[in-house]
Design a protein around this ligand. Structure first.
Ligand code: 6PG
Length: 254
């Protein structure tokens, strides 16, 4: 099922495996088209459990269809732990696919979660990512594709409800001293303007525990009114949502 409105496209699949498979197919197509048109594919990935099947597919059946040589990989956020920790987003991505694909180390841009003070790690990553372009600037978007997830509280990347990071308008990366969700360790995150400076943004969301967050994000009648961090991600083109059937209950009003 595909639903469209001005701000979003929603694809619904029977389960997470089917959603991940469809997303992987489109991702390799998008990567090839980006390399054809711009000579590169700047991809941002997220942490969490939902994308692990997608990542495994990228190291499995889709491995040889990805233009790894021209792909630059970035992270939407990081937990401030060692890359060897089970809580590290980079560590999880490394174990689930990066160690098994032919991407050059120089094109792999992970956040330095182990560095202190964390503000310094944020500054270092901001220098890697580049400045958020001003609205209407001639320079194109920072990224070709951003892949995000959403938490039950509506957070995305490490942008948590009610936190100061949501008001950031200029910096591409900020340090987040307190996490709103487990693991409760400080975080580093791309900001809403940086994530919105992408040619395309795709969310992969599965499970009934995400229904309330999706309702609030979509502004579905009967959902909580508060705007979620996920709703702050507003690229020029419509955001695409890949949902499993359980999460898609959010689309039903009331
Ligand atoms: C993180 C993430 C985070 C994640 C959501 C969804 O570091 O935790 O980048 O924003 O995408 O929390 O996580 P799940 O897929 O595990 O539900």
């Amino acid at each position: 099922m595909v639903l469209r409105d001005v701000g979003r496209r929603v694809h619904v699949f029977p389960d997470l495996a089917a959603a991940s498979e469809a997303l992987a197919t489109r991702l390799v197509r998008q990567a090839a088209s980006s390399v054809r048109h711009r000579g590169r594919f700047r991809l941002v990935i997220s942490g969490g459990k939902t994308p692990l099947g997608l990542y495994a597919a990228l190291a499995g059946p889709y491995r040889d269809r990805m233009p790894w040589r021209d792909t630059e990989l970035f992270f939407a956020d990081e937990r401030c732990v060692s890359p060897r920790s089970v809580d590290s987003n980079y560590g999880a991505a490394w174990r689930s696919f990066l160690s098994r694909v032919p991407i050059a180390r120089s094109r792999l841009h992970w956040m330095r979660g182990e560095l202190r003070p964390i503000r310094k790690a944020a500054r270092l990553y901001a220098a890697v990512v580049g400045d958020v372009p001003h609205p209407g600037a001639a320079r194109g978007p920072l990224f070709d594709l951003v892949l995000l997830g959403i938490g039950p509280d509506g957070h995305t990347a490490s942008l948590f409800p009610g936190q100061r990071s949501l008001r950031e308008r200029r910096a591409a990366v900020v340090a987040v001293p307190r996490s709103g969700q487990p693991p409760f360790v400080p975080r580093l995150t791309l900001t809403a303007p940086a994530l919105s400076s992408a040619r395309d943004v795709w969310f992969l969301v599965a499970g009934a525990d995400k229904v309330d967050a999706l309702r609030a994000t979509f502004g579905v009648r009967g959902g909580r009114r508060a705007e979620t961090p996920a709703a702050l991600i507003r690229p020029e083109r419509p955001v695409t949502w890949y949902l499993d059937r359980a999460a898609a209950r959010a689309l039903r009003p009331g």
